[in-house]
Ligand binder design. Structure first.
Ligand code: HAM
Length: 426
């Protein structure tokens, strides 16, 4: 073990902490996105944050950046290789196969997850080495209406948070009947171009990825490259048209982007990305698609699947860029101040009763004076402040101050829970 003597510690580079008050925004965004999935019947799945390395190599694809450059891989004490999960879909499929979830109920099997994922990327604004996603997967039914449902859930999740400066880009990556021919066609085209050695090699291994090259000279060379969308099989084309028709009916706006390339190899047919205009280079706030061959590839039965992963960190940044907030900034609804020991004992008990009634309460601790305690009340964002002195206690009443108006009135101690409940709409 390496022990470094240091006087202070910091979180690893590119790994964010979520601390108050910003953490409230993070939780509101994550929960808002999960809520959108719950409304469509997706059940929760909680998976390990590390899996056997081979699962990701096989599932996500050896030639992807995610697998070849960005995995956090380590050997355990027995020398077995594990990797911190870079994404959620491969792990979900592993669990579905392992537990036979695809054989024990009605299809599609609908699953939703949230948590940290790990990619060894160069950290910058909106790009982290530990990132947070909310994801869903719908497994076992190849129906364009299901594709539209998955996409509409992401769209509704974003809009439910108040976000609107984004666009949905969508395309079809074809199926096993048309993709191999297209791949050959694209490869032939690319190998006829004056590309540098490394790019030529990429064209040989994974030609689609060359279309994602950001360098202007490569973009210019590939401007007239053949596109998958012009070479779809009849069934893939019909599937795509039906997805778009369902999106129209759902009122979900989209733009078709036939040059879209996703960073993971398992995609087939419908593929999509949500792009936000105000986030600079890291503009992808969510993405997903079909992965009809993945389950068989990982040793399961040949079932189709579709899902998405939404970047919670980037969605938080997008809301901030739009000047919007998803969370109520208040830390509590009621703040309590006691003046005197007996009053304090009574207020502590009252705080317990209020919390039991579903009201969030914080107290002024540490015997600060009235002025300091009122500052605490202001900072807490509470709607009501309770002031209890030993004299009030003798009279069996408590001061209730409404912070917005500054109005204060005495309320019998026995009634204060009921009074606050109705004032707060509980
Ligand atoms: P992905 O596009 O690789 O897809 O990631 C989904 C989202 O995670 C991205 O759109 C982005 O918002 C966020 N994200 C990715 N990398 C980072 C990073 N380094 N820092 C911050 N945010 C990041 C997947 O992971 C697929 N598993 C989605 C899926 C589910 N496809 C089908 N089912």
């Amino acid at each position: 073990m390496i022990v470094t003597k240091t006087s202070s510690f910091t979180a690893p580079k590119g790994v964010p902490d979520y601390v108050p008050p910003g953490s409230a925004e993070f939780v509101a965004v994550r929960d808002g996105l999960i809520h959108a999935a719950r409304l469509a019947g997706y059940g929760h799945i909680e998976l390990p944050v590390f899996e056997q390395t081979a699962l990701f190599a096989r599932g996500v694809g050896e030639s992807t950046d995610v697998v070849s450059k960005e995995m956090w891989t380590f050997a355990d004490r027995n020398g077995e290789s594990f990797t911190l999960r870079p994404e959620g879909t491969a792990g979900v499929m592993r669990a579905v196969i392992q537990h036979g979830l695809d054989k024990s109920g009605q299809l599609p099997l609908k699953l939703c997850y949230a948590g940290p994922f790990f990619r060894y990327e160069r950290p910058q604004a909106g790009r982290y080495r530990q990132l947070q996603q909310v994801g869903i997967e719908a497994i076992g039914v190849d129906d364009p209406a299901l594709d539209a449902e998955v996409i509409a859930i992401a769209d509704a999740g974003f809009r439910g948070l108040g976000l609107d400066g984004f666009r949905l880009e969508i395309t079809s990556l074809g199926d096993e009947t048309c993709r191999p021919q297209y791949r050959e066609l694209l490869q032939e085209f690319l190998l006829g171009l004056p590309l540098d050695e490394e790019t030529r090699r990429r064209a040989q291994i994974n030609p689609l990825r060359v279309l994602d090259d950001k360098r202007p000279e490569v973009r210019e060379l590939t401007a007239n490259a053949p596109l998958m969308i012009d070479h779809l099989s009849e069934s893939a084309e019909t599937h795509f048209e039906q997805v778009l028709a369902h999106l129209d009916a759902l009122g979900v706006p989209y733009v078709v982007n036939p040059r879209m390339v996703r960073g993971l190899d398992y995609y087939t047919k419908t593929t999509f990305e949500f792009v936000h205009d105000q986030l600079g280079a890291q503009s992808g706030i969510g993405g997903g698609g079909r992965y009809d061959g993945l389950m068989a590839e990982l040793g399961g039965q040949p079932l189709s699947g579709i899902g998405f992963g939404i970047g919670v960190d980037r969605t938080v940044l997008a809301l901030a860029a739009e000047g919007k907030a998803a969370a109520d900034p208040a830390r509590c609804q009621v703040y309590g101040i006691a003046l005197g020991d007996a009053a304090k004992a009574r207020l502590v008990a009252l705080a317990g009763a209020l919390r039991g009634a579903g009201i969030s309460v914080d107290l002024a601790y540490g015997g600060r004076g009235m002025k300091g305690a009122m500052k605490g009340a202001d900072r807490s964002g509470a709607k009501f402040t309770l002031v209890l002195g030993d004299r009030d206690l003798e009279e069996n009443s408590i001061g209730v101050k409404e912070m917005a108006t500054g109005e204060q009135r005495q309320v019998p101690l026995g009634e204060v829970v009921g009074v606050l409940r109705s004032a707060l709409g509980h």
